[in-house]
Design a protein around this ligand. Structure first.
Ligand SMILES: O=C(O)c1ccccc1NCC(=O)[C@H](O)[C@H](O)COP(=O)(O)O
Length: 212
């Protein structure tokens, strides 16, 4: 897949961070709708935050093995659902909305098989695996495990930051990159300078790929 690398900022909890992310040029903003996270937002906050997002910036709701009723309640504020738990393909499809599937890169994971299993997903988000932690670990994984061609677009996540995202793009050529901890001062509180630095690093990496 060609074209510029899309950028998703995940785990926004504050209106000023939403505004800063949009101003910086993010393509997608993620809202954690799993109460176990330090970055979780409730339904009221979700309405407040997503109302600030203009057209053509994708509002992504992140769920971890959620009850269907909770997904249904949040869905009107969202463009895309991100399933970040152990959801089956049927569960992901049952919501009846566009969705992506997060996969944690445990050793036994077969990405080609997963791409087939989750054939209804618009993309696969590949994240670091730490037992007992569903996401937002701030850890990278071995990018060489990602096959050069996969049946689904890849969103690369896990421990990305302004200092390593160019290297990640050069190594993986993902459709998109996703970052949470790497643009924060602490969980849920983003830093506009880090957001800008991250996006600049992505653009530089894209320019380097075009010139290569
Ligand atoms: O961010 C969380 O707290 C979180 C909790 C539970 C499941 C997923 C979570 N975040 C998912 C994301 O999309 C993160 O952006 C992704 O895991 C990468 O996080 P980081 O390594 O901090 O960039």
């Amino acid at each position: 897949m060609t074209g510029r690398t899309r950028v998703k900022f995940c785990g926004l909890t504050r209106p000023q961070d939403v505004d800063a992310a949009v101003a910086a040029g993010a393509d997608a903003l993620g809202f954690v709708l799993w109460p176990g996270s330090k970055r979780a937002v409730d339904a009221t906050r979700l309405v407040e935050l997503t109302a600030r997002v203009p057209a053509f910036v994708t509002r992504v709701g992140l769920f971890v093995d959620a009850e269907y009723g909770w997904i249904e309640r949040c869905a009107p504020c969202l463009d895309l659902l991100q399933f970040h738990g152990d959801e089956s393909p049927d569960t992901c499809l049952a919501a009846g909305r566009p969705w992506i599937k997060a996969l944690r890169m445990r050793d036994s994971l077969d990405l080609h098989a997963a791409a087939e299993t989750y054939g209804g997903a618009q993309a696969l988000l590949l994240d670091a695996y730490r037992p007992g932690v569903p996401g937002g670990t701030g850890e990278t994984f071995d990018w060489s495990r990602i096959p050069a061609s996969l049946a689904k677009p890849v969103i690369l996540a896990g421990g990305l930051m302004p200092d390593n995202v160019a290297e990640a793009i050069a190594a993986v050529s993902p459709f998109a990159v996703d970052v949470s901890g790497g643009i924060e001062v602490f969980p849920g509180v983003k830093d506009s300078a880090r957001m800008t630095a991250f996006l600049r690093a992505v653009r530089r990496a894209d320019d380097a790929r075009c010139g290569a």
